[in-house]
Design a protein around this ligand. Structure first.
Ligand SMILES: NC(=O)c1ccc[n+]([C@@H]2O[C@H](COP(=O)([O-])OP(=O)(O)OC[C@H]3O[C@@H](n4cnc5c(N)ncnc54)[C@H](O)[C@@H]3O)[C@@H](O)[C@H]2O)c1
Length: 396
């Protein structure tokens, strides 16, 4: 089985590769992987935890994945260095191909300099899409999946002429509409066109537009997204149901996030940050059925590197109208909570493909902050939904 990562050289992408390799070599156990829970025992018959990796990136293309992981390690020490050393030979063989930064916003253009992109070679959108498709076709076999773990893009306004139908989208590619099409859409388009299941681990648009949903159905490929639910939002969507079950009224919920590293730098730019805030902010209202006052903030805090910290404050009202407060602090290494989910999602999507599923797999909502085609944001219910779907599929 093969896994293609858009944004391979990021800390999430590279840590997912290192993790899979470490587990296969017996250097780490499977803690953190949902797909390794006893509930999903039979998944290994369809999608074992064994991948070959490839991917696109837009920087440091002269380096290999081992050198990239060393750079991330220097800043983060995010896992035991002895593991990295033991993986050296394997990781040195993996190199990213040149991708595109079309529509990625000032955050990416400014913070990831010097960029190496296909548009810098003078390619048009149509030609960029063809190059990405060709890279994928060269890499893929019938058991390949692609996940977007590239930096967060701004979300362009929905334009029915371009995003509404596959025909309109392909016309916009031919007309080089760089104002309407972003890298994540091109990646999703190229993967789906190649018959490769696609997941969007970021808040970028990816495959969520009707044009690409149409493509997925036309070619008969499953896809999922958006935005991995790994930290503060995971805790929020696990705790918010408690207030609902106990008939407590949430008056306000403040979530204040600080992080460093590349992701933090990119998210320090207003346009890029907007996509993330929208994704994080709406979950409380969706779970409670009403919208309390919310503050959702993300700020860059360089010295933390990937050690993302979230401070949440909940003001709520109980019996006899009495107001009370609840606080929590989530202090986690972002890539360590994210990377296993990338592998989980890839495995479940491969199962879906093998079982003939096509279009959005809404039952993978458990893994996402902004799940497509479902209003279920409650983590507990999402987990039940995942298990039911899995059991139905393997029994079929
Ligand atoms: N817990 C988490 O870490 C978490 C949770 C949910 C979502 N995400 C999202 O996952 C993504 C990756 O996070 P990260 O911490 O690894 O960030 P990162 O900045 O370390 O990595 C992003 C990588 O993508 C590359 N990139 C940027 N634009 C690209 C493009 N258009 N094409 C190809 N490559 C591109 C960058 O060069 C970099 O190597 C971000 O969008 C982040 O918001 C992360």
């Amino acid at each position: 089985m093969k896994l293609w990562l858009f944004g391979l050289y990021g800390i999430v992408g590279s840590t997912a590769v290192a993790g899979e390799r470490a587990i296969r070599k017996g250097l780490a156990d499977t803690t953190g992987l949902v797909s390794e829970l006893p509930d999903f025992e039979r998944l290994k018959d369809y999608a074992p935890l064994e991948f070959e990796f490839g991917g696109h990136d837009i920087r440091s293309l002269d380096k290999n994945l081992y050198q990239i992981l060393e750079e991330h390690w220097e800043l983060n020490q995010h896992f035991d260095y002895r593991i990295l050393l033991r993986l050296r030979e394997d990781l040195e063989k993996i190199k990213a191909k040149k991708g595109t930064a079309v529509g990625c916003g000032e955050g990416v253009l400014e913070e990831l300099k010097p960029l190496q992109t296909l548009e810098d070679e003078g390619l048009t959108l149509r030609e960029i899409a063809e190059r990405v498709e060709a890279d994928l076709a060269e890499f893929a076999d019938g058991e390949t999946v692609a996940v977007n773990v590239a930096s967060t893009e701004p979300r362009p306004e929905f334009d029915p002429e371009v995003h509404g139908t596959l025909e309109g989208f392909e016309r916009a590619l031919r007309e080089n509409r760089t104002d309407k099409i972003t890298a994540s859409m091109i990646y999703a388009y190229a993967a789906l066109k190649n018959g490769i299941p696609f997941a969007n681990f970021t808040p970028s648009v990816g495959s969520e537009i009707p044009a690409l949903k149409e493509l997925a159905l036309k070619v008969g490929v499953p896809h999922a997204g958006n935005d991995g639910k790994t930290g503060e939002t995971l805790v929020k969507t696990t705790l918010a149901p408690m207030f609902a079950y106990r008939n407590l009224e949430v008056l306000g919920w403040m979530g204040y996030n600080i992080l460093g590293d590349l992701d933090g730098k990119v998210l320090a730019h207003e346009q890029n940050k907007r996509s993330k805030i929208v994704s994080k902010d709406k979950v409380i209202g969706k779970i409670l059925g009403y919208y309390p006052y919310t503050i959702t903030e993300i700020n860059y805090f360089p010295s933390l590197q990937d050690n993302k910290t979230a401070f949440d404050f909940v003001h709520f009202r109980g019996f006899l109208g009495t107001k009370m407060k609840f606080y929590f602090v989530w202090d986690a290494v972002d890539a360590i909570v994210a990377a296993p989910l990338v592998l989980d999602i890839a495995r479940f999507l491969l199962l879906a493909k093998k079982k003939g599923q096509k279009g959005v797999v809404k039952e993978l909502a458990f893994f996402f902050k902004s799940p497509m085609e479902t209003e279920e944001y409650n983590t507990h219910r999402q987990f039940e939904m995942l298990k039911d779907w899995f059991n139905r599929l393997v029994a079929a």
